[in-house]
Write a new protein. Structure first.
Length: 321
């Protein structure tokens, strides 16, 4: 059985042969370590596909390029570190008056990371958006409706262009949490944002596709809501949510592609990394499935720890609690 087949079986709680695992290297990691990462890939063929090798260590694109660029909404992205993700520093609708003048972009850009909630923050600025959610002015609904209308257009275009078979996994990403909490109450999230994701995902779910949702931050309170709107695989962070919380709301209910602790990786010993991966498998794993494992590698992670991550994933991907 291949990696893809195991992912499908794990997603559907259909007894995969192995826990699906993935190690992803940020562009900044390739820029720093170069051939050393290729050598690690060669030492762990069981968890890397041949395409994992990098033909150009300095290849960086999109918002990972140092400097500034403007997206289709007019948001200004700034990047001071080549190979790392940019942040939005220029917000095109900083006042409620400008929200009333916001128009849909003519260009169709699909579903980039941050397509709904983060798009609201990128347009308004985080502090202004939080004040909007607190005071609930009519401009908040106008802003949400405008972004939702654009996303529904993208959904229709994507669906029209889809040639995959029912069951194909579609990937979406929108960071809904902060490090320690949701930025707005679960009640307001359900009032304003849950209906948006439900409308965006519904045509894909109705067509038989499976929804994968990456979402950083503390989000475990609303994972049941993500399940309600059609998410089949949720990709939460282990540290921001806690493995016990994730086991409580996810195990047996939705497949978890657990984002292993990126903040641990640069500072841990190999033994601590081994223990972390084992704990994730023990708390979230099951013989019937429901678990994928993911490790994202930044340039700050020592090569010794990159090796330890790969070794632990090989070691525990066949272990089921």
């Amino acid at each position: 059985m291949g990696i893809h087949e195991d992912r499908i079986k794990a997603m559907n709680f259909s007894c995969p042969e192995l826990i699906p695992v993935q190690v992803y290297f940020l562009p900044a990691a390739w820029c720093r370590y170069r051939q050393a990462l290729d050598e690690i890939i060669d030492r762990h063929p069981a968890i890397f596909e041949k395409s994992a090798h990098n033909p150009d260590y300095d290849a960086v694109s999109g918002t990972y390029v140092e400097g500034s660029h403007v997206d289709v909404w007019g948001c200004v992205w700034s990047n001071i570190h080549e190979g790392m993700e940019a942040i939005v520093t220029g917000h095109p609708v900083p006042t409620r008056e400008t929200v009333r003048c916001l128009k849909l972009p003519e260009k169709d850009a699909g579903f980039p990371h941050g397509f709904m909630y983060l798009r609201l923050a990128d347009l308004r600025g985080f502090e202004e958006l939080m004040i909007d959610f607190a005071e609930e002015p009519p401009e908040l609904r106008m802003l949400i409706d405008t972004v939702l209308a654009y996303n529904l257009r993208q959904a229709q275009l994507r669906l029209e262009g889809m040639k995959g078979q029912p069951g194909t996994i579609l990937y979406f990403g929108d960071d809904l949490g902060t490090q320690t909490a949701l930025p707005i109450s679960p009640g307001k999230w359900r009032k304003y944002l849950k209906p948006c994701y439900q409308q965006i995902y519904k045509p894909f779910v109705d067509a038989g596709y499976s929804i994968y949702m990456h979402t950083d931050g503390h989000i475990h309170e609303i994972i049941p809501d993500l399940i309600d709107v059609g998410v089949k695989v949720v990709n939460p962070q282990s540290r921001a949510n806690g493995l016990d919380n994730l086991a409580r709301v996810c195990k047996g209910k939705v497949c978890v592609d657990i984002d292993l602790d990126r903040q641990l990786f640069p500072l841990a010993t190999p033994a601590e990394i081994d223990a972390h991966v084992r704990e994730a498998v023990e708390k979230l794993g099951s013989r019937v499935g429901g678990l994928w494992l993911k490790a994202e590698i930044n340039y700050e992670v020592p090569l010794e720890n990159v090796e330890a991550i790969c070794t632990a994933l090989e070691k525990y991907r066949s272990y089921y609690a």
